[in-house]
Every structure is written in C-alpha cells, then in structure tokens.
Design a protein around this ligand. Structure first.
Ligand code: ATP
Ligand code: MG
Length: 258
C-alpha cells in the first residue's frame, strides 16, 4: 500500500477536499482506497457521509490502543473506498501521546498490516503537532495543498523544514509527492503572482493541475458526498480528476531534491 499524507499546517487550504476527491478519483479508477481522518474536526468523515453517530472505532483507537486498521475502518457509499473516521476524542490524543515512548511511530506501526488497499490518504489537521508527525512518519510521501495567497510561501518553508526533520529522524524514505495550488481564482492578480512565485521556487514539485475556486466543491460536503459524485462535471471535479491522473503518474513518489 502506498501511503500519502495530505498536510499543511495552515488551516482551510483544501486538505480535506483534496483527500476526499483524490481518494474518490482513485477508487473510481479501480484502486482500493483508504482514507484516514486524522483531524479531530472530523471534516473528512462528515464530508464523505459518515455522521458522528455512526462512528464506532476511529483513528483515536489506531493511535492510542494500536487497534488494527481492519477493525477501525468503515465502508463509504463510494465503491472501493473505505475510511477510518475521526471522533472528538482525537483532540485529546496529542496530549495522551506526549508521554508515550514511540509517540511518533504509532500510526506507522498499525499501517504495516496488509488490509488489501492499494493506497491510503491521511487527512491531517492544521498543525505540525504529533498527529501530523505520526502521518509523516507513516507516509511514503506528502501531498501539500497550497492556497494561492500572500503568506503561502512562508508557511510552506516551515512545512518543508518539518519534512526534512522527519526524514532525518523518523522516516528517511518520506518523499514529496507534490504541491497542488488550490482555490485558484484567475481574476485575482495576487493569486497569479503567488502561483508564479511558487512555481519558480519549487518548479516541478508543483503539479500542473490547479484546483479552481469553485462553489460546488464547497457545497458537496454538506451532502455527505465527494464533489466528484455530487457534480462530476463542475470545474472543481474536473480539476481533481486531472490532478488524480497526474498524481498516478508520479507514483512511486519523487524524493525531495537534496
Ligand atoms: N477549490 C475550492 N473552491 C471553493 N471552496 C473550497 C475549495 N476547496 C475547499 N473549499 C472549501 O473551503 C473550506 C476549507 O477547505 P478544506 O476543509 O478542504 O480545507 P482544510 O485545509 O482541510 O481545512 P482545515 O485546516 O480546517 O482542516 C471548506 O469549506 C471547503 O468546502
Ligand atoms: Mg481539513
């Protein structure tokens, strides 16, 4: 199984939207896909149509009790796509893990078991705390959604430093799958400027596919559906399909340039 952490410590940049729609696109192309909701907000679980009342086992159980993925996953309405949901107790997990010796490797340990999935996408919370560190330690690569706005590059350099630290200390095999520009608005000149800056700094780490700002993408979660199912023809869904194709072409992931 290929494991991809969808991460950016900045909030509201499109991590969850990207995780849900890429997982859906991959499931639609026949990849047995697994989502792990590692954010106490549980947006990924809700957005895929799993209400909080339905969640029995969760990512909290993976991390704290080292429960098996097979015991914690639930099927979704999308054929070929399973999810390990998040529950509110995950917000306490970070504190509970602090005193645990293998605190950064908890997720990695449970993900070694074969569950029959081809790919696992981990939806990370907006922080660089122990939850995200567990995801980066468990992952083969990181996928970074980046919103085209003024402080984007500053936050990105902090994130890339964290990736390097994880490579040095916990997971030498962690690669960068790529950076995807999200909520792109071509009528906004600042958006264009930021996109150019990011591309000139990070070159081919940045995916060619760009996700436009599209209201259908933001409506879909309230229906408990990926945008790809809610309205597969909308520009946002089309962009995610294109990104999924590009992403498949990059697997196995490229390494961070030395
Ligand atoms: N391309 C887009 N166009 C319009 N709205 C979008 C787009 N991508 C995401 N959104 C909306 O923006 C909000 C933030 O997106 P999302 O939840 O995916 O970000 P996130 O990085 O996971 O946030 P958090 O850091 O809180 O977990 C959501 O309401 C989502 O529906
Ligand atoms: Mg999110």
């Amino acid at each position: 199984m290929i494991t991809v952490a969808v991460a950016n410590q900045k909030g509201g940049v499109g991590k969850t939207t990207t995780a849900i729609n890429i997982a859906t696109a991959l499931a639609a192309t026949g990849w047995k896909s697994l989502l792990i909701d590692l954010d106490p907000q549980g947006n990924c679980s809700t957005g895929i149509g799993i209400s909080s009342g339905e969640r029995e086992r969760s990512s909290y159980d993976l991390l704290i009790d080292q429960a098996s993925v097979a015991d914690c996953l639930m099927p979704t309405r999308i054929p070929g796509l399973d999810i390990v949901p998040a529950t509110v107790d995950l917000s306490g997990a970070e504190v509970e893990l602090v005193s645990v010796e293998d605190r950064t490797h908890r997720l990695r340990k449970v993900l070694t078991a074969d569950t029959g999935h081809d790919i696992c996408l981990i939806d990370c919370p907006p922080s660089l705390g122990l939850l995200t560190l567990n995801a980066l330690t468990a992952a083969d690569s990181i996928l970074v959604p980046l919103q085209c706005e003024f402080f984007a590059l500053e936050g990105l350099s902090q994130l890339l430093q964290t990736v390097e630290r994880v490579q040095e200390r916990f997971n030498p095999d962690l690669g960068i799958l790529g950076i995807v520009l999200t909520m792109y608005d071509r009528r906004n000149r600042l958006t264009d400027q930021v996109a150019d800056d990011v591309r000139s700094c990070l070159r081919d780490l940045v995916f060619e596919s760009v996700i436009p700002r599209n209201v259908r993408l933001s409506e879909a979660p309230s229906h408990g559906l990926p945008a790809l199912i809610y309205d597969h023809a909308c520009p946002g869904s089309q962009a995610y399909m294109k990104l999924a194709r590009e992403l498949i072409g990059r697997l196995p992931e490229r390494r961070i340039a030395a």
